[in-house]
Design a protein around this ligand. Structure first.
Ligand code: ATP
Ligand code: MG
Length: 351
């Protein structure tokens, strides 16, 4: 697979503060790749370096095989010559231009022939389902329609790479969900590579082929959404991706397939797939990995039940700990019920 964006050992300092700390990753052709992390972790700064709007302190950036940034080699290709489309955080469309004027702006700027512009506009209006709205101004459009105009403008020059910085952040929950499908669809139809930035883990997991999780200027884990969800590398990733129960535990011995665990209240069980030495740890358990009403398992008491539509969430007490449990099983429990909980999966992290 061809490399579309290659970021190598990128460092960006603002004065003495390091916003991006030795970040490396590669986005391939047709790939939907996300940078995911909490506010301030360096996502936008990384994207601005790739776009050419920001000069990094160290590192190299290649786009479609071409070296576009290298402070060491004195290379800094201007943004408009990088062959990328961009939609930036809170960067909407020009209010004084119509839909069509907004979307055709980069082509008019490049003095492309009229026929080419018209053909491209017809294609984009169809792709983005904006037909009939071409003469409207942004103030006459919904948030989602404005976002699609911004996408259209970025797509107008046929970039092979798109940089999107939280492009859905101004939309309500329903529209965001709809736009997720549309973005994936647009990517499939155009075959471009997308580098997507978000602090919303659900969004990143839903759309990406691969995700790089960032924290404090560093990439802490990179992989397919499923792998990151199943095997988060550390407590930060485990906490940031999905819902996780964290409880203190002791590892008291080894079993054939894993380890013996004891919780604070004295509950004991074994956990397959782990192999750590005896000692005190933090046990991380997904709410869907606790099965209630089993014959084997540890004693627990149901504290709260919450109906979430397709699943039911319980809060159960195991010894001294309260844990979230999610199930779509038809077995129902009431607050105060005593039953057993089987912990079918879990990860141990250093305290
Ligand atoms: N021009 C600048 N001068 C000084 N510090 C900056 C500058 N731009 C960004 N920073 C700092 O660098 C860090 C990373 O900022 P960045 O905008 O990349 O975060 P982010 O991950 O995009 O966050 P968010 O999710 O809130 O958009 C922040 O601590 C920010 O305050
Ligand atoms: Mg940002």
């Amino acid at each position: 697979m061809e490399e579309r964006i290659k970021v190598s050992n990128l460092v960006k300092r603002f004065g003495t503060f390091t916003a991006v700390h030795d970040v490396s990753f590669t986005v391939h052709e047709n790939e939907f790749f996300s940078l995911l992390g909490p506010s301030g972790c360096g996502k936008t700064t990384t994207l601005r370096c790739i776009s050419g709007l920001e000069q990094p302190t160290e590192g190299e950036i290649h786009i479609s095989g071409q070296l576009v940034t290298s402070p060491e080699k004195n290379v800094m290709v201007p943004p408009e010559r990088r062959g990328i489309g961009m939609v930036f955080q809170n960067y909407a469309v020009w209010p004084h231009m119509t839909v069509e004027q907004n979307m055709s702006y980069p082509l008019r700027l490049a003095k492309r022939p009229k026929e080419e512009i018209n053909a491209k506009m017809a294609y984009l209006l169809d792709l983005l389902e904006l037909e009939g709205l071409e003469r409207r101004f942004p103030s006459e459009l919904s948030g989602g329609q404005q976002q699609r105009v911004a996408l259209g403008r970025a797509l107008s020059t046929d970039p092979r790479v798109m940089l999107l910085d939280e492009p859905l952040s101004n939309l309500d929950a329903k529209l965001r969900e709809q736009m997720r499908f549309e973005l994936k669809d647009i990517q499939r139809k155009t075959g471009i590579s997308i580098l997507y930035v978000t602090h919303d883990q659900v969004e990143a997991m839903a759309m990406s082929d691969r995700v790089a999780v960032m924290n404090s200027g560093k990439v802490v884990q990179e992989g397919a959404p499923h792998d990151i969800y199943e095997t988060p590398k550390d407590k930060f990733v485990a906490d940031f991706i999905g819902t996780m129960n964290f409880v203190p535990c002791s590892v008291t011995g080894k079993t054939e397939k894993g380890i013996d665990i004891r919780l604070r209240g004295g509950a004991e069980f074994d956990l397959d797939g782990s192999s750590v030495n005896k000692g005190d740890y933090i046990l991380a358990i997904r709410p869907e990995d606790i099965i209630l009403g089993t014959e084997q398992g540890v004693e627990c008491e149901v504290d709260v039940r919450i109906f979430l539509g397709n699943v039911i969430e319980y809060r159960v007490r195991i010894g001294e700990d309260l844990l979230r449990v999610q199930t779509n099983s038809s077995m129902r429990f009431e607050p105060g019920d005593r039953t057993r909980a089987f912990i079918q999966n879990g990860l141990v992290f250093p305290k």
